[in-house]
Design a protein around this ligand. Sequence first.
Ligand SMILES: Cc1cc2nc3c(=O)[nH]c(=O)nc-3n(C[C@H](O)[C@H](O)[C@H](O)COP(=O)(O)OP(=O)(O)OC[C@H]3O[C@@H](n4cnc5c(N)ncnc54)[C@H](O)[C@@H]3O)c2cc1C
Length: 319
Amino acid sequence: VQEELGAVDAGLASSLNLTATVLDLVEAGAAEPQRTDWLRAACDGELLLAGALNEPSVAGSEMFDPAPTPSSYLRTRAVRDGDDWVITGSKAGWVSNAGAASHYLVFARTATDLPAVASTSAFWVPEDTPGLSVGPRTELLGMRSASHAEVFLDDVRVPSTALLGPEGGGLGLMQQAGGRMVVGLAAVFVGLARAAQDLALAETSTRTSWGRPLREHQAVALHLAEGAMELRAARLVVHDAARALDEGAAPQELAGLLPAAKAQAVDAAIHGAERAVKLLGGMGVTRGGGAEKLLRDAWTGWSCDFTGDVLRLGVAAAL
Ligand SMILES: Cc1cc2nc3c(=O)[nH]c(=O)nc-3n(C[C@H](O)[C@H](O)[C@H](O)COP(=O)(O)OP(=O)(O)OC[C@H]3O[C@@H](n4cnc5c(N)ncnc54)[C@H](O)[C@@H]3O)c2cc1C
């Protein structure tokens, strides 16, 4: 499904992937009756969800620091007050669905004497909770059909039932149930790579030079062959990671497969979009021509939910 959506629009597809990701965490971590209530509302199409994790003054890649300290990574705090939690902090301007979401899954430190990985909790916060506000829309290079913005948390008070999973277990939940986010996003970029290849193929089939369709010139044909090979390889790597997730593969196996899937899919998308830009000539660099939008979306994917380089470090660590 994500590949099909990604072939049409990566921004929309990633927005839906994010909602599905939050639901994976709810399914894995929520207690009854919240679990059933929230999942049912989502299945009825009532919820668009956001995950508010990264923060403006902290490198998002800190999440993967192999030697974290209590002072590294997230600063947003949640403090117990009677039966409630009070959350204070802010989240970086890339929170997908910010401003449109009905609920935010907010990650906040519930202790400061342990590294974030052991002291971050996840809270389910309705968008109309007093103290939660959203900044102006962040203008991104691509994936502009999704909304992204900063999220501010100013003494946001939520009941104890808003805590998703165990106290201090928010990032553990991400690690345990976030695999489908990575595979889903990877599939989005396989879709984008496919759209780029289809566009290049269509345009070079109908446009002619020197008496024949462009694709019959060997220099063009070689580009198209390269695109077909990269697309197929990326799709197979993504399907392999999806299969491993479905079969409950060991964490060590997933640790290599998941980052490889997203990194390879985004690479195929970037290369495919670059190819389309080249093969479409002037139309390739013209707004509305299709290729430039694919290139902007593909490059935005490079930094979306863990950068291509940090994913490679994950692959290397799992070798
Ligand atoms: C379209 C989009 C949607 C997003 N959606 C969300 C969302 O819904 N919720 C949310 O919380 N966040 C979201 N993000 C944020 C995203 O997860 C982060 O941007 C990403 O994890 C990278 O973090 P950063 O921007 O802080 O870059 P940094 O971590 O500061 O990295 C900057 C550069 O340094 C490199 N780098 C960093 N550390 C290392 C290292 N140890 N070794 C080698 N190189 C390193 C990186 O590869 C990169 O090139 C989104 C981002 C985008 C672009």
